[in-house]
Write a protein that binds this ligand. Sequence first.
Ligand code: ATP
Ligand code: MG
Length: 257
Amino acid sequence: MALLSVQNETKRFGGLLANDAISFDVKEGELLAVIGPNGAGKTTLFNVISGFFPPTTGSIHFDGRDITGASPHRVASSGLIRTYQLVQLFKQLTVLENVEIGSHRVTEGGVFSALLRPPSMRRQEEEVRATARELLRFVGLEKQADMPADSLPYGRQRLLEVARALAAKPRLLLLDEPAAGLNMQETAALAEVIRRIHAGGTTVILIEHDMSLVMQIAQRIVVLDFGRKIAEGTPDEIKAHPDVIAAYLGGTETLDA
Ligand SMILES: Nc1ncnc2c1ncn2[C@@H]1O[C@H](COP(=O)(O)OP(=O)(O)OP(=O)(O)O)[C@@H](O)[C@H]1O
Ligand SMILES: [Mg+2]
């Protein structure tokens, strides 16, 4: 059985079909990339899967359960965790605190009680902190733990977002252009982090424009263009797919990896 199943998912904004009858499955343990030119509907697809808005028609099943139209909170509670195309950190909080906040889908009190710190939660809080430190080590940010999040260079803020998402213990992690704005060295570090997340057993869906990153780490690729799925296959199949080449040649982007 698929871990995630998207069936005939359509999202209409007024007259615009942002997602047009998209169907695909993701198996547990897979690393799937979703690619496509700007405006193809990739982020919309993530927004629908993660419950930010319901699809106009179609369905989303996660772990065998119908989550179509479920709230973002309920979707996250079931283990489906996302990051955002634009960095969304709590800028004034420290790097460590930002990761701690990510864990509060798995602790009892939620974000607010975590911030108020009632004594009854102290032990749980210590565990949360220890896990957060481990995750900072995992992404290579342990030395910056006590710095304000917005003092990190942009590339490191993106890694911090990934650490925060991991704190929620995802079964399925959705990454929306995590390498956007990163230099080559930062992209290589991020690729290594994603590889290790996947090797640890987490299923990953990656939206990404950096084709060399996609071709290196994705096992399978879904290609969107003007809201429709135009191709699905292995990196080699996608590179040679005539519709994919046409979609990219028609725009300013290329598949050069
Ligand atoms: N909330 C919204 N309301 C109205 N239109 C929207 C909304 N979100 C997205 N769109 C439109 O839907 C289309 C798909 O947008 P989307 O953000 O999903 O594309 P994308 O593939 O993520 O593009 P990019 O690579 O630039 O991030 C675009 O034409 C966009 O303007
Ligand atoms: Mg997008």
